[in-house]
Write a protein that binds this ligand. Structure first.
Ligand code: C2O
Length: 533
């Protein structure tokens, strides 16, 4: 294995999109930012230097950070932010990991423009478990606001109102052709007869997306850096924080085909409903060949999302077995809700917030991992409840006046214990789909359903053989998802909805995993350049 060095310089960069210029926060002047290339088991060292007026951190989304939680990146969870003028060196090993992941800023809404792909190739002598493609292509989705993104988030968090939706969905930074601007959109160039491995990353802020290429099927082979049983589909469903590898065969002679990314939202919530457009273009196609339209899925096409997730299965081969925990030491039911938050400074004493088990997570002012390591009291409590404090019909017509409580409450896990989380969507205020991300672990998605989880019947239908393994999962609108993982990584690990608007409102919590007794079962000591708050 090798050591890979990167320099990430966080700077303000002028960009012109949608016929207007503005200054945005970038890494090395790029949007999307630079791709991190490595191989399985490599050691990656990234020096991040902050040259902007905002505090910054970078999260390596999906990198397990075994025992190296200091380098995970979420602000105030595992580290204090890198302040203007300062730098911090992230140093981690990609132990047993290969595939596509992403990195992004993990503070405020900076990840809107501060994100990029991580490509981890298998070890040199190890082939992919699917036919090798002629070429690999990285495709990163994003969102673009004409307004200043920090103003958008302030509006959402201070006033508890839905933030302004973005103005465009971008593909590799391009919003697609815009009338009267010079913008042509992104073009994926292919050659007839060749195959391509697409490494697709959804780095959008608030939108789950459908991805389609007119006239072409895709074969999904991996999600969130875990191999899947290959399956053919004409649509890929991908939430913020998720990644999908798919094979594309360029089986036409010539032509220009439309690529679309369109949002999914099966409830009445403000969402950017502008379809992002790019092109697939065969070599030799004349300049003005016409474009074939795809059938873009409807914004509320829940059945498309269900078919897609039901098709996802772990490869579960001899070489890549699915190590699903068969027994459960900690069983939690977590309600995920947009709800009413008490607010002393608001006109009528409340605002719209969000909560897990009715607790709206309050960010501490000291990093939780430091508080845990140095045993600093008064920063967090470890009494997060394993079930909702008040049981009600979660997905019925809730008309009560339930208010959330605020707190920085964690749930403590013994080293190597097994955990089952049932993530239960609710219909309080706004039933919504929540793409939920767990830091520090991959988990197995063992079951899902609509309505309320039934602890007596539903576990009998769990797939404990080849459930998909991932780090971010969609909790269906007014439904539930059950996941299992082994707590084999000591530290403090964030669990949150990856829709930035919900995270900002408090839809998050964290686990504290104690050290084990063995020689390699403890969190490493903090690095000397760890930022202080
Ligand atoms: Cu991709 Cu906690 O984030």
């Amino acid at each position: 294995s090798a050591v890979r060095h990167y320099n990430f310089t966080v700077v303000m960069t002028n960009m012109t999109k949608l016929c207007a210029s503005k200054s945005i926060v970038t890494v090395n002047g790029k949007f999307p930012g630079p791709t991190l290339h490595a191989r399985e088991d490599d050691n990656v060292i990234v020096r991040v230097t902050n040259h902007v007026k905002y505090n910054v951190t970078i999260h390596w989304h999906g990198v397990r950070q075994l025992r190296t939680g200091w380098y995970d990146g979420p602000a105030y969870i595992t580290q204090c932010p890198i302040q203007p003028g300062q730098s911090y060196v992230y140093n981690f090993t990609l132990t047993g990991q290969r595939g596509t992941l992403l990195w992004h800023a993990h503070i405020s809404w900076l990840r809107a423009t501060v994100h990029g792909a991580i490509v981890i190739l298998p070890k040199r002598s190890v082939p992919y478990p699917f036919p090798k493609a002629d070429k690999e292509k990285i495709i990163v989705f994003g969102e673009w606001w004409k307004a200043d993104v920090e103003a958008v988030i302030n509006q959402a968090t201070q006033m508890g109102v839905a933030p302004n939706v973005s103005d465009a969905h971008t593909i590799n930074g391009h919003p697609g052709p815009v009338t009267n601007c010079t913008s042509q959109g992104f073009t994926l160039h292919v050659e007839s007869g060749k195959t391509y491995l697409l490494r697709i990353v959804n780095a959008a802020v608030n939108d789950e997306l459908f991805f389609k290429i007119a006239g072409h099927n895709l074969t999904v082979v991996e999600v969130d850096s875990s191999y899947t049983k290959p399956f053919k589909t004409d649509t890929i469903f991908i939430g913020p924080g998720q990644t999908t590898n798919a094979l594309l065969t360029a089986d036409k002679k010539i032509g220009k085909y439309l690529i679309t990314i369109s949002p999914f939202m099966d409830t009445i919530v403000a969402v950017n409903n502008v379809t992002g457009i790019a092109f697939l273009r065969y070599k030799g196609t004349v300049a003005f060949s016409s474009t074939t339209l795809t059938n873009v899925p409807a914004i509320n096409a829940t059945e498309v999302t269900n078919t897609f997730s039901d098709n996802l299965r772990s490869l579960n081969s001899k070489r890549y077995p699915a190590k699903v925990p068969l027994t459960v030491d900690h069983s939690l039911l977590l309600t995920m809700a947009v709800a009413v938050n008490p607010c002393a400074t608001c006109p009528n004493g409340t605002k719209v917030g969000a909560a897990m088990n009715n607790i709206s997570f309050v960010m501490p002012t000291t990093a939780l991992l430091q508080a845990h390591y140095y045993k600093i009291s008064g920063v967090f409590t470890d009494d997060f409840p394993a079930k909702p404090p008040i049981a009600f019909n979660y997905t019925g017509n809730y008309t009560g006046t339930l208010q959330t409580t605020n707190g920085t409450r964690l749930y403590r896990l013994a080293y190597n214990s097994t955990v089952q989380l049932v993530l239960q969507g609710t219909t309080v205020i706004a039933p919504e789909n929540h793409p939920t991300h767990l830091h520090g672990f991959n988990f197995f998605a063992v079951g899902k359903g609509s309505g309320n989880f039934d602890p007596n019947k539903d576990p009998q239908k769990f797939n404990l053989v080849d459930p998909v393994e991932r780090n971010t999962i969609s909790v269906p609108t007014a439904g539930w998802t059950a996941i299992r993982f082994r707590a084999d990584n000591p530290g403090v690990w964030f669990l949150h909805c990856h829709l930035e608007v919900h995270t900002s409102w408090g839809l998050k919590m964290a686990f504290v995993v104690d050290n084990g007794k063995g020689p390699n079962e403890s969190l490493i000591p903090p690095p000397s350049d760890l930022p202080t708050c």
